[in-house]
Structure formats: C-alpha cells, structure tokens
Ligand binder design. Structure first.
Ligand code: FE2
Length: 375
C-alpha cells in the first residue's frame, strides 16, 4: 500500500471524518492505564477510548470497565483522574454494582414507582484485557474480534516485560492543539532530531549512515531499534520472552491506535521506559499522557552505582523528566504549527528513509478504522 492518500489531511480538519474514524476505533484495543493505579479493592481510574470517557475499577480480584456515563441522565460518574470507592453518581445518587446494574437510587419507589433493581438500568460495559501491568479496553462488538494477545502480536511479550513497573511511575499529561495522528507521525520520524531538539538530542545529530537505525514492521505496528546487529529484534523478542533481555540499546514500539513505548538510554548506565499515549479529543485537540520509570531490565551498573541509586534517583528522575518534557513540548509545537495550515494540505507528504514508519502507520490505521466494522 502507498501509505498516505492524497486527501489524508481531510481527517485533520473535518469533524465528520474524525467522528466516523473514532466510532470505528472504539472497537480496537486501546491502552487505558497501569494496574498499579487499581491495586486495591475499590480503586478506579478514568481513561478514554476513541473520545468516549470510560473508567476501570477493581472489585475484589477482578477488574471491570464501564462507559463513564450514568444510565439515568448521563452524568459522568467519575470526574477525577483516579480515586477509590463505590460507583455512585454525583447527580442523583444512583449506585451501581460490579455488573454495572443499578442497586441503589434515592426515594426510588416514590419517583419511579419501583425498586432500583426493577429499573433495568445498567452501565455500558467495556471489555478489558491486560498485558503485563498494562490495561487495555475496547467497546464490545458483535463481530469476531482478536484477543489482546492476537492484536498485539510480537509486541505482546515485549510490552509484558517492559511494563514491569516497580515503583510509582513519573506521570505527565498535557493538551496539544493538533490532531492526534500528527503527534503519532512525529514519534515515527527520526529525521527531525537536530533541527527540533538541538538542546536535548544534539545539534549535530545527523547520522552519517542509516545502518544503526533498524525498522521492523510488526503486523499493524512497528518498531525502531538502534543497534548494529541486524538480528536485534529477534534478540529483543526472545529476551523478553525468557526474561533475559538486558538494557543495551534504544528501542521504541508504536502500537495502534495511539500508543508509543520507548526504552531510552538518557543517562547510561541507567535506562528509562516511557509509555506515551496521544489521546484523541477533537480534530485539532489531543491529550498527551506519559508514564516514565526505570527500565525493569538488567543493565551493566556497577556495584557502587547500584547501591547509591536510591539517593541518586532523587536527582536523576526530575532531571530525566525535565528533558523528556522538553522533547515532548518541542514535538507538540511542531504538530500545532502543522495543524495551523492543515486546511492547505492537499497532497501526500514526501517520506524519506528515516520516516518510513509514518507511511506504515497511515496504512495500518486506515485498515483498523475501516475494517473493524460499524457499531
Ligand atoms: Fe521529536
């Protein structure tokens, strides 16, 4: 396939095209959050699947997910990012159980002439599945749909291994006034580093050769590994499967629809992981969310550095986050500037050798948005 269609930029400005696309993407597995945020009974967090607000809550051993809309008058049940406690609507006090059924409603007999459980009101459930400590969700559909493991393919064992988060990750969130796919494109672009990120990634970062940049198409997803070994992806995959992968090179995975997971050597020998998500809000609005944490893999860290790490991390984490945030902000600014002229784009972009994953992404997202059926 060709990657971009000539009219691809229509999706950046046309609300109807955006709604159609999002309605279909609601059926695709979408990253929602980390298991650490719903560790105890009653814990919940809010997330979004294709612009629709949802929440995930722990009920004992089980995680359940629902659309974040009361069955009575559509008030959003969960207003904060996360919390703990029973599902009680803040508008009229309706309460729901783990199956999403209404089990309590104030003066119900008087106002509805029946008891709460006789109302037949229930929350719309979402399907959940986990990969390591990553929780994914989708709206159910009547059509046969792949399991999360099938959907992620070779990315599954890598995400399972990399999401082994030991402490609370460093969380970041910011609005970006640009279409969510422009944001994905820039994460798949290894050409812009020296011009856009001179103070973080280096002013003279043009690589004299492409030999270290290794791109892999993983079904609908893709990976970039910085390595001199042409079998680096097989080694990464085998190492993640067997639990023997050692941090020794940068890699980044792009997972449809809107997830990017990176393994970064910002301060060797200390490696970090970033889980990054570009949450669609409107044609020209995206919410960026990220979780950063020390890589869970073994690395060549000296005894002294390892022993003093709890102290040095107190400085290392904020410094890392500072530079990470700067890169995110610089990328966001580029996307916002392209969004300003999106109505003028009437042709496909020219993609060079370090941008080919962008074309793969466009192919894959078009397939996903087109083939997952109608709701
Ligand atoms: Fe960038």
């Amino acid at each position: 396939m060709s990657g971009f269609l000539a009219n691809w930029a229509q999706a950046l400005i046309d609300p109807q095209a955006f709604r159609d696309e999002q309605r279909r993407l609601a059926l695709a597995w979408t990253f929602l959050g980390l298991a650490g945020d719903v560790a105890r009974d009653g814990d919940w967090f809010r997330a979004s699947i294709a612009t629709r607000s949802v929440f995930v809550q722990r009920f004992g051993e089980e995680l359940r997910g629902f659309e974040n809309v009361c069955a009575h008058r559509f008030y959003p049940l969960r207003r904060d990012a996360r919390g703990s406690g029973p599902v009680v609507c803040g508008f009229h006090g309706w309460q729901y159980n783990r199956d999403g059924l209404v089990v309590g409603a104030p003066i119900c007999k008087m106002v509805f002439g029946k008891l709460p459980h006789e109302l037949g009101a229930r929350l719309r459930p979402i399907e959940l599945a986990t990969c390591g400590s990553m929780i994914f969700g989708r709206f159910p559909s009547s059509a046969a749909a792949p399991s999360l493991e099938q959907y992620l393919g070779d990315a599954f064992p890598i995400l399972q291994a990399i999401s082994h988060v030991k402490a609370r990750p460093l969380y970041m969130e910011r609005p970006i006034h640009a279409h969510w796919k422009l944001n994905l494109h820039i994460t798949l672009d290894d050409y812009h580093g020296p011009t856009i990120h001179p103070s973080t990634l280096g002013r003279h970062g043009w690589l004299p050769s492409l030999s270290m940049r290794r791109y892999f198409r993983l079904g609908a997803n893709s990976a970039y590994l910085f390595s001199d070994d042409e079998r680096c992806f097989d080694r990464l995959l085998a190492g993640c499967r067997s639990g023997t992968y050692r941090s020794d090179h940068f890699f980044v995975l792009q997972i449809l629809p809107n997830l990017v997971v990176a393994h970064v050597d910002a301060d060797r020998p200390f490696w970090y992981c970033n889980i990054m998500q570009y949450v669609p809000v409107a044609t020209d609005r995206t919410t960026f969310r990220s979780w950063s944490y020390p890589a869970p893999f073994t690395a060549d860290i000296s005894w002294l550095a390892r022993t003093t790490r709890p102290v040095t991390d107190l400085f290392r984490h904020p410094i890392y986050l500072h530079y990470f945030k700067r890169v995110v902000d610089e990328d966001a600014t580029v996307c916002e500037r392209i969004q300003e002229v999106a109505h003028q784009i009437d042709r496909a972009p020219m993609l060079g050798a370090q941008e080919e994953r962008i074309g793969w992404f466009e192919d894959s997202i078009r397939d996903l948005a087109g083939l997952t059926g109608k709701m």
